[in-house]
Design a protein around this ligand. Structure first.
Ligand code: SAM
Length: 218
């Protein structure tokens, strides 16, 4: 039987002294966080970001960027990847009345029922790309829609064949090392265009993030 340690000087375990637990409610209330995280472990709390808020996070005007991309497209297709209640994609459907606008999310929101300009899909990111034929999408963006993803390069690879040549995938993530992995994917150009500091908007704690812009080039 293997024996570890010195034989003649066995170490005695050190037990912490038992002290009574002191409850300090005034301290507790001061340190309790007053903000809500965007994902609480059960449900998303940031679910209705406007175009203005998304443009602020991405560091550029999303409407202008989409206009540049879709102006030559006959049937533009725009996708909100992880759309929440669909506030931003609804605004985009108004700005681009000739476009087909899709929002998808694995959670369902009642707000979708009243909206006739956007096609909402209650689906996971795994199944959602199956809706599209090859090279259909002009612009897919995701505002904190990939926060829970354990493998963003995998998500990008699944969406890529559905993107038109020149089509854009734009999303934000706190992970800077992702750049390295994304650059290994053939047929795309990857850029980080903005760093957005963590901030608190109303009661939401919004983590910091980098804005990634991916262009399908072949
Ligand atoms: C933090 S919320 C952001 C909502 C919206 N983009 C906004 O900024 O207000 C994340 C959204 O992404 C969706 N989502 C996250 N992971 C997903 C997945 N794997 N498949 C489908 N939807 C997903 C959630 O259901 C939710 O609608």
């Amino acid at each position: 039987m293997p024996v570890y340690g010195k034989r003649n000087s066995p170490r005695k375990p050190v037990y912490p002294k038992h002290t009574a637990t002191i409850f300090r409610p005034e301290l507790e209330s001061k340190t309790r966080p007053r903000t809500t995280r965007i994902f609480s472990g059960r449900q998303w709390s940031l679910v209705s970001s406007s175009l203005a808020r998304i443009s602020q996070t991405f560091g550029f005007d999303l409407v202008k960027a989409i206009r540049v991309r879709v102006q030559k497209s006959e049937k533009p297709v725009i996708v909100d990847y992880g759309c929440g209640k669909g506030t931003a994609i609804t605004e985009l459907a108004q700005a681009f009345p000739n476009a087909r606008c899709f929002g998808f999310s694995e959670e369902f929101y009642d707000e979708w029922k009243e909206n006739r300009n956007v096609e909402f899909v209650h689906e996971s990111s795994f199944d959602f790309p199956r809706l599209f034929g090859k090279k259909k999408i002009d612009y897919a963006y995701s505002h904190y829609g990939l926060s829970k993803s354990s493998n963003i390069p995998f998500d990008v690879k699944r969406l890529l064949p559905k993107m038109k040549i020149g089509g854009k995938i734009v999303f934000n993530s706190s992970d800077l090392e992702l750049l390295h992995d994304l650059r290994k994917i053939p047929g795309i150009q990857v850029k980080i265009v903005n760093y957005s500091k963590k901030r608190v908007i109303k009661e939401f704690h919004i983590p910091d993030s980098f804005c990634y812009v991916i262009t399908r080039i072949e």
